[in-house]
Ligand binder design. Structure first.
Ligand code: GLU
Length: 480
């Protein structure tokens, strides 16, 4: 069998839509699991859409996603250049070859004439007007420098069909096919032409891309046939949907890789999640390393219908990845969010980090989750009451009045969470309480809240000795 070669062919528009990232991922997984080769090709022939710096964004996103290439603009390779704007002459040469074969033709129609072709619904299907020009007329027009495009000469009868590995047999009536432009008046190829030339010259065996290309693929196949080239296998991918009817938008905020990174999602979690958007593994497994994805990905598991983007599931996966981070790495990600939070420069971020790592879904949650530390104010003593732990208000008072002097005795350098745990357990033993009772009463007294992200030892550590003792005494006073 031929060596599998797949490609990712983004247009450099400046941002990576999750749908594109998923195409990149599937192509990568398929190439790697087949010990094949993976190619990056930049499709920048639409000069209006070009955004400077976009290629760096593509590389950066893919690198953070764990996707890498064997051939591409930075990697080099035997079939370069891998940037379409640098291949202009190649496309022109092949387009002329098609003209010679009668599979394409020069078109000199003006914009006005093309506009006039609109039917009652506004559709402008080209009427093959320039196909009737004689050889001499064409040469004359070319000599006098009249702007032209090169169009594909589509058959007008019969059907075209092909088998997509996901969608099965696709059949289209040739009379539906428009004589699409292959070379534009600026000399650049359209996507419709360049993708065929490049996929052939780059020996691509499997084309994976969004299903918006499903119905144009017969046109590409006609080009392969005209050249006498072998066609690749096609794997069209279902769209990613916002809900039943709408695609995940192109607006900022909810569709681009960087949007999600800014909201505090880890690239690993995003990649894991999008792997499952349109592909179902054979088992119930949901969390995958890249290695596992390479092993288990299977194009038979790709669905035809749109995959609905479920932010809750992404949040859950993200929390799982966050929990597993090495603490220092966790802090690298979390620190920018502490910096944006209400506790900026006031408390020790690492102490907070210790209690938050297992309690957030995205790093942005840090901003909300630290707020409790400043919410201390006079509270209803009912917060101490706990049936399960048999805590009532008199017991809370006892615990507080006995704990405060002991805690006050502690040296400043003994005031850290681990030590607090020891002291709390000792207080419980000494006075015959359950440790959980002491923990709970102190936690409520220190925070004024019934639920907090951390326990009393951690909160006391974050607050420091002075503030902790102040709050405990204050809470006890409120009980009187
Ligand atoms: N440049 C095209 C896009 O970004 C690529 C489609 C393809 O993979 O062929 O949609």
């Amino acid at each position: 069998m031929k060596k599998v070669r797949t490609r990712f062919a983004p247009s450099p528009t400046g941002y990576m839509h999750l749908g594109n990232l998923r195409s990149a991922l599937y192509g990568f997984l398929f190439a790697r699991q087949n010990n094949g080769e993976y190619i990056l090709r930049i499709e920048d022939t639409d000069l209006d859409r070009y955004v400077p710096g976009a290629v760096e964004v593509i590389y950066d996103t893919l690198e953070r996603s764990g996707i890498y290439f064997d051939e591409g603009p930075n990697e080099g390779g035997p079939y370069g250049p891998y940037v379409q704007s640098l291949r202009k002459e190649i496309y022109l040469k092949y387009a002329k070859e098609l003209v010679d074969k009668g599979a394409a033709y020069y078109c000199f129609c003006t914009k006005e004439r093309l506009e006039s072709l609109a039917d009652e619904t506004g559709v402008k299907k080209y009427d093959k007007h320039c196909l009737k020009l004689s050889k001499e007329e064409i040469e004359e027009k070319l000599r006098s420098g009249i702007p032209y495009v090169i169009r594909q000469n589509m058959p007008t009868t019969g059907v075209s069909k092909y088998t997509d590995l996901v969608y099965g047999e696709i059949v289209i009536e040739n009379k539906e096919l428009e004589d699409q432009v292959l070379i534009k008046s600026d000399g650049f190829p359209t996507y419709n032409f360049a993708n065929v030339i490049d996929d052939h010259l780059m020996h691509v065996t499997h084309v994976m891309r969004g299903n918006e290309y499903l119905s144009s693929t017969p046109k590409y196949n006609l080009l392969y046939d005209a050249f006498g080239w072998e066609k690749p296998q096609y794997i069209h991918l279902p769209p990613i949907m916002k809900d039943e009817t709408r695609k995940l938008s192109k607006r900022h905020g909810d569709a681009y890789f960087d949007d999600f990174v800014k909201k505090g999602f880890l690239p690993e979690a995003i990649v894991n999640y999008i792997a499952l958007l349109g592909w179902s593994p054979k088992t119930n497994q949901e969390k995958f390393t890249m290695e596992e994805l390479i092993q288990q990905f299977d194009i038979k598991g790709i669905s035809r219908s749109g995959a609905i983007f479920d932010i809750n599931k992404l949040c859950w996966l993200n929390s799982e990845y966050i929990k597993e981070l090495d603490f220092d790495k966790f802090m690298v990600y979390a620190t920018p969010y502490f910096e944006q939070s209400s506790i900026k420069n006031r408390y020790d971020y690492r102490k907070f980090g210790k209690i938050l790592q297992t309690r957030i879904e995205t790093f942005a949650d840090v901003i909300e989750k630290v707020k409790f530390i400043d919410e201390y104010q006079q509270f209803d003593p009912i917060l101490y009451e706990n049936k399960k732990l048999k805590i009532d208000i008199p017991l809370a008072k006892d615990i507080l009045s006995r704990s405060i002097p002991i805690l006050e005795e502690l040296d400043d350098n003994m005031w850290y969470a681990e030590k607090m745990h020891e002291v709390i357990v000792k207080i419980a033993e000494r006075f015959g309480y359950k440790a959980a009772q002491v923990y709970t009463v102190l936690r409520v007294a220190l925070s004024g809240l019934s639920v907090t992200p951390g326990g009393s030892a951690e909160i006391a550590d974050i607050l420091g000795k002075n503030e902790s003792i102040r709050r405990l005494k204050q809470s006890l006073a409120w009980l009187d």
